[in-house]
Ligand binder design. Structure first.
Ligand SMILES: Cc1cc2nc3c(=O)[nH]c(=O)nc-3n(C[C@H](O)[C@H](O)[C@H](O)COP(=O)(O)OP(=O)(O)OC[C@H]3O[C@@H](n4cnc5c(N)ncnc54)[C@H](O)[C@@H]3O)c2cc1C
Length: 462
């Protein structure tokens, strides 16, 4: 319980209209996409770095946790106030401050919604590629903190590839600028890269300088259905080895296809083991040439059907289907443990076959989809958490899936981060020495451990 004095001081900093203390309001900021709940003591909506700096200075003095939050769409519990404290919601810092059409850069506040930013730059003939499937509601600040990826990562990379610089308020209250508004810059250590993906544990990002690209002239979208996941994976590998880098190459397994079709009823081919959703973009002639070549590769790899979207409406339908996978899986079971492993892309068939064996061993339904182009597989272990045996089996299965992933030369998280969900497993991938260095970095930035405690490292706040 926070003292009235702290609440009064916080109110003085952000103003009466920018603070919540009633239980019914706090509940709205107590969960994220993991569906776990931790009630904060207070939620504030600062309007700039100065206010955030005062809040963090106060947190150091009074010793309370501060948890940055974007839209709360994270899949690893990063925005959850696991030790209570003050949630700093960045949602009202949502202005696009500048789009520089000459230098192809932009400056935004962290609360800008990713999809809205994309639409804005696209209206100017520009392109911001990172496209997490949550883009309609997640924020660019949250994307920076998680180094979010998305389907286009195979060709265009992930959030870190577009962040040129940041304004960050450190846990101790100082505000620093990292990077520059230029494409190059090597002055001192690359703190920008350190903050990107730091899951809100090293500082609160208050401004972001982003790199933009010219909007590709054409996009060709196609869906290929395969009788076997192995064929789909082979087709994906062959496309890359034939030196075509599609702008997206998503795979969806049969469990996911059935759920999405039940959910949306849009005529997806349900009698298949896997589908690939492939897109190529760029100059019209080149995109068409690449689309033809990829179609042939899919057919050579036993595709039952390859359908090219005829118009924008069909493209929209196909992407609607892809983005509906996560919510539609609820049909299989009410809860899910959602992992986002990455393996070298030629190891996808081994990973899928191994996951299937683990599912059979523990009598679980596991639905897989993801980014075939970059080896990132979203593994959804579908369970009913009230069934204790099922939950315990699922936890054992997850550990085995991580072992399998690491044995295949992969990593346990491609884009969702560690947060609290993967905290128990971080030692499976990182050595004690590597974890120790990271903890010492955290100590330098946050000596009192007030910023987002209880995340990433099993012991958390020290
Ligand atoms: C349906 C669905 C689909 C998804 N698809 C994808 C996908 O394709 N790719 C992908 O990468 N992710 C995906 N996600 C996960 C999630 O949307 C991303 O991690 C996203 O980047 C989180 O943004 P957010 O604004 O919701 O951040 P939050 O969930 O609010 O916060 C995430 C982390 O960022 C920190 N944070 C937030 N803002 C700041 C800030 N300004 N400064 C410092 N730290 C901050 C928080 O403390 C927390 O640790 C998906 C989620 C859902 C629900």
């Amino acid at each position: 319980m926070f003292s009235q004095n702290i609440i009064k001081e916080l109110t003085n900093i952000v103003g009466r209209d920018n603070i919540l203390t009633k239980r019914e309001d706090l509940i709205c900021y107590s969960y994220d996409a993991t569906n776990q709940k931790f009630l904060p003591d207070v939620v504030v909506f600062p309007r700039g770095a100065e206010e955030i700096s005062l809040i963090l200075k106060m947190a150091n003095f009074e010793d309370f946790p501060v948890i940055p939050r974007g839209a709360g769409s994270g899949f690893s519990g990063g925005s959850l106030p696991v030790e209570g404290g003050v949630v700093v919601s960045l949602e009202r810092m949502n202005r696009i401050l500048n789009i520089d059409t000459e230098n192809l850069t932009a400056v935004v506040e962290p609360g800008v919604v990713t999809g809205e930013f994309q639409a804005e730059v696209e209206s100017l003939g520009l392109f911001y590629p990172p496209d997490p499937s949550s883009l309609k509601f997640c924020t660019i600040g949250g994307n920076v903190a998680e180094c979010a990826g998305g389907p286009r990562a195979v060709k265009y990379g992930v959030t870190k590839d577009y962040v040129l610089g940041l304004e960050v308020v450190l846990p101790t209250g100082e505000t620093i600028n990292t990077g520059a508004q230029t494409l190059k810059g090597v002055v001192g250590y690359d703190l920008t890269k350190l903050f990107v993906g730091s899951e809100g544990t090293l500082g609160i990002v208050t401004k972001i300088i982003l790199k933009l690209l010219p909007l590709p002239a054409t996009t060709k979208t196609m869906l290929a259905a395969f009788p076997d996941m192995k064929n789909a994976a082979r087709a994906a590998s062959s496309i890359i080895s034939s030196k075509i880098i599609p702008s997206t190459m998503e795979f969806i397994d049969k469990n996911c296809v059935k759920c999405v079709e039940d959910y949306l009823n849009i005529g997806l081919p349900i009698d298949t083991d896997a589908i690939l959703l492939i897109e190529t973009d760029g100059d019209k002639d080149l995109a068409e040439k690449e689309a033809d070549a990829m179609r042939k590769i899919c057919l050579d790899n036993s595709a039952i059907e390859v359908k090219t979207a005829k118009d924008k409406r069909e493209v929209k339908e196909l992407w609607k289907a892809r983005r509906a996978i996560s919510p539609s899986l609820k049909k299989l079971n009410p809860d899910k443990i959602n992992e986002d492993i990455v393996v070298p892309r030629n190891k996808i068939p081994d990973a899928i076959a191994g996951i299937q064996k683990i599912a059979e061993k523990y009598n679980l339904t596991i639905a897989n989809f993801g980014h075939a182009g970059d080896g990132n597989i979203h593994v959804n272990v579908m369970i009913d958490k009230s069934n204790k045996d099922e939950l315990s089996n699922a936890q054992k299965a997850v550990e085995e899936i991580f072992k399998l992933t690491l044995n295949l030369g992969g990593t346990i998280s491609g884009e969702h981060g560690i947060g609290i969900s993967k905290m128990p497993y971080i030692g499976m991938e990182l050595s004690p020495a590597a974890i120790d260095v990271m903890k010492r970095v955290k100590q330098v930035f946050d000596p009192k451990g007030i910023l987002n405690p209880g995340k990433i490292f099993p012991k958390g706040r020290e």
